[in-house]
Design a protein around this ligand. Structure first.
Ligand code: ATP
Length: 242
């Protein structure tokens, strides 16, 4: 496998006003990998993704994407470069149709043929979205909305996807479906940084994992090693349901 680092954080510090959420987080994601970012509620997982994708500014530290320092680049310019964030809670537009939501994902694209090709690809991965493309997004179930959020991200043609808790609030069967799709996208060449509270689910197929605790990385290692380490599980990965 190519071992080029495509995305990295070096000593990231992030604050919300007087609250310091990240205390010097460093991590790296290599091309073709699925990397899991784990940790309890409030550990700083979402903040790490938001800092990587420029949604919140880093107070200090550096974010690099494909060799470029992107720490101070505006969030809206990053999808164009291939770094796409699927935020927690999906953020789809309920009053708009599924197709319109997908179109929003390709706002950076001028090429209509490529846009159509991408939409066909999304519809092939998520047939339910194809069947309901003219219906309002608000009528989708939670799992279908998660699919739409991922589909919209795919419309941007990501090289790296930042996925924030795609399993949140989903029934086990739907979690499996969403995770199968994550694996498929990875096989198709998309590098993935996956935030999960459900560490057991994430470590099943993550190449590498990081554990965050109170804004610091306290542990890292190959996914299979973290998954099988009982001490690690009981100390850091309390939530191992499903
Ligand atoms: P969760 O799984 O609950 O989303 P998380 O690991 O993603 O947890 P973050 O949401 O990144 O954690 O939160 C990290 C810390 O930053 C927490 O102490 C949280 O209360 C705080 N925080 C997060 N967002 C904000 C905000 N918008 N304003 C102020 N504090 C925030």
């Amino acid at each position: 496998m190519d071992t080029e680092i495509v995305l990295s954080a070096d000593q990231i510090v992030t604050r919300y006003g007087s609250v310091q959420a990240l205390h010097g987080v460093s991590l790296s994601v290599k091309r073709g990998q699925v990397v899991a970012l784990l940790g309890a509620n409030g550990a700083g997982k979402s903040t790490t993704l938001r800092t990587l994708s420029g949604l919140v500014p880093a107070a200090s530290g550096t974010v690099r994407f494909l060799g470029e320092d992107i720490t101070r680049i505006a969030a809206h310019r990053l999808p164009h470069k291939g770094l796409v964030h699927v935020p927690e809670g999906r953020r789809i537009f309920g009053e708009m149709t599924i197709r319109e939501n997908l179109d929003l994902g390709s706002f950076t694209l001028r090429d209509d043929t490529e846009r159509r090709r991408r939409m066909e690809h999304v519809f092939e991965i998520f047939p339910i979205l194809a069947r309901r493309q003219h219906g309002d997004a608000r009528n989708l179930s939670g799992g279908e909305q998660q699919m739409l959020a991922i589909g919209r991200a795919l419309m941007a043609g990501p090289k790296v996807l930042l996925l924030d808790e795609p399993s949140m609030g989903l029934a086990p069967q739907m979690i499996r479906e969403v995770m199968n799709i994550v694996q498929r996208l990875n096989r198709e060449g998309v590098t993935i940084l996956l935030v999960e509270q459900n560490s057991k689910v994430a470590l099943k197929f993550a190449d590498y994992g990081y554990v965050l605790e109170a804004g610091r990385i306290v542990l890292e290692g190959p996914g299979s090693k973290l998954a099988n380490d009982e001490a690690v599980i009981s100390a850091y990965l309390g939530n191992v349901a499903a």
